[in-house]
Design a binder for this molecule. Structure first.
Ligand SMILES: NC(=O)c1ccc[n+]([C@@H]2O[C@H](COP(=O)([O-])OP(=O)(O)OC[C@H]3O[C@@H](n4cnc5c(N)ncnc54)[C@H](O)[C@@H]3O)[C@@H](O)[C@H]2O)c1
Length: 356
């Protein structure tokens, strides 16, 4: 199989996961890394035998020949870097979100189409075997009509040096964490038609590497999505969670049973189903899928490179990433105004791998 030449921009925390995963793929050739903190880029270049380290993305795009840019920069930089790469005719895999503004994201998607390249964004949950096993259960109708789903995930929030942007405008717990369950639940139940939400800043100041910073973005958020036909899902997330049970963080409930996912949307552990009407006749929860299975949340870029090498259409789509962004932005507006906000975008659905 042919190799795909890949360059990575942003050599921070998450790149420590991405780079070894990309490196172990037989179709990936890592050709360049870029970070304004050049010693970080050079360290990665040395550790992963990458020939070129750059300080500036424009220079990397101008001087290097590669097919896929993996964008691992802070969220507020995503849109402008994605645009540069697409304009230069490169495919892009971007950590979430692909932009922080809806119009900008739609323009990026149109630009990708115009350039004949792809734009894809994390989270990659729908390619996980856990998601696929849930999508398969839903496709068989075993649970009856599914009208209800829940997803919850939060933690106490980043504190590492350089993480202040998570709390500033363009950051926030919904964009950083809620995005995982939002991708899973829209992926399972289909596009959202409208959203209502609460989003607030519960803790006004954070300490990052010994420095007190004011918090501008949401750190506690709850959304209700309307997927049409009276199908509703509820998503909660935040940077105010000291702990939560993880025996189910996603629950999907139908008229003939229910299904739960243990672990987190970025690291699923198991999937269980209950067939029957619990209050009327006792049944049993049965595990229908159990990890570990090799899925890791940082595997999306490798998956895209492998699809490019095989000439296969990826299950993940830029349209889904734009849809999830629209829902997140609408949720923040809904929370501010107290209104229910209509969603206009959609994406190819259902997300069931062929042969699964
Ligand atoms: N940290 C995690 O565990 C994690 C998990 C999932 C997703 N993500 C996502 O990954 C992305 C990066 O997060 P992170 O935690 O690695 O952040 P980080 O702050 O640790 O790293 C970001 C890197 O980008 C670099 N950068 C800043 N400006 C740049 C520029 N102009 N050109 C090139 N590089 C630049 C920084 O120097 C830094 O090395 C974000 O979208 C985040 O949401 C992070």
């Amino acid at each position: 199989m042919r190799k795909v030449r890949v360059a990575v921009v942003g050599c921070g925390k998450v790149s420590e996961h991405y780079l070894p995963h990309l490196q172990q793929s037989s179709v990936v050739e890592l050709v360049a890394v870029c970070d304004p903190l050049i010693e970080r880029a050079q360290r990665h270049a040395q550790a992963y035998s990458i020939e070129h380290a750059f300080q500036d993305i424009d220079q990397m795009l101008c001087e290097m020949n590669f097919e896929l840019l993996v964008n691992l920069t802070p969220m507020p930089l995503h849109a402008s870097f994605n645009r540069k790469a697409l304009e230069a005719g490169r495919h892009v895999w971007c950590e979430k979100p692909i932009a922080t503004d809806l119009k900008e994201a739609q323009v990026l998607l149109a630009l990708a189409q115009q350039q004949g390249v792809g734009l894809w964004g994390a989270p990659s949950g729908p390619i996980s075997p856990a998601f696929q096993s849930m999508a398969k259960v839903l496709s068989t109708g075993t649970l009856g009509q599914v009208y209800v789903a829940h997803g919850i995930f939060g933690w106490s929030g980043p504190t590492w040096p350089g993480s202040a942007w998570f709390y500033q405008k363009g950051g926030g717990s919904l964009f950083d964490l809620g995005v995982y369950n939002l991708t899973m639940l829209t992926g399972l139940l289909g596009p959202a038609h409208s959203v209502v939400a609460m989003a607030g800043t519960a803790i006004q100041e954070r300490v990052i590497a010994g420095e007190i910073i004011p918090v501008e973005a949401d750190d506690n958020t709850a959304l209700i999505l309307d997927h049409g036909n009276a199908v509703y899902s509820v998503i909660q997330t935040g940077f105010v969670y000291a702990a939560q049970r993880d025996d189910w963080t996603i629950q999907v409930i139908g008229t003939n049973g229910a299904m739960t996912m243990g672990g987190y949307a970025w690291s699923p552990r198991d999937v269980s189903i209950y067939i029957g009407d619990q209050m009327k006749a006792s049944g049993q929860w049965e595990t229908v899928w159990q990890g570990p299975d090799g899925y890791v949340f940082w595997g999306g870029a490798t998956y895209i490179a492998e699809c490019l090498a095989k000439g296969e259409k990826p299950l993940l789509s830029g349209e889904h990433a734009v849809h999830v962004l629209e829902v997140m932005l609408a949720a923040l507006r809904a929370a501010k105004t107290g209104h229910r906000i209509q969603i206009t975008s959609t994406f190819p659905w259902p997300l069931l791998k062929e042969g699964e």
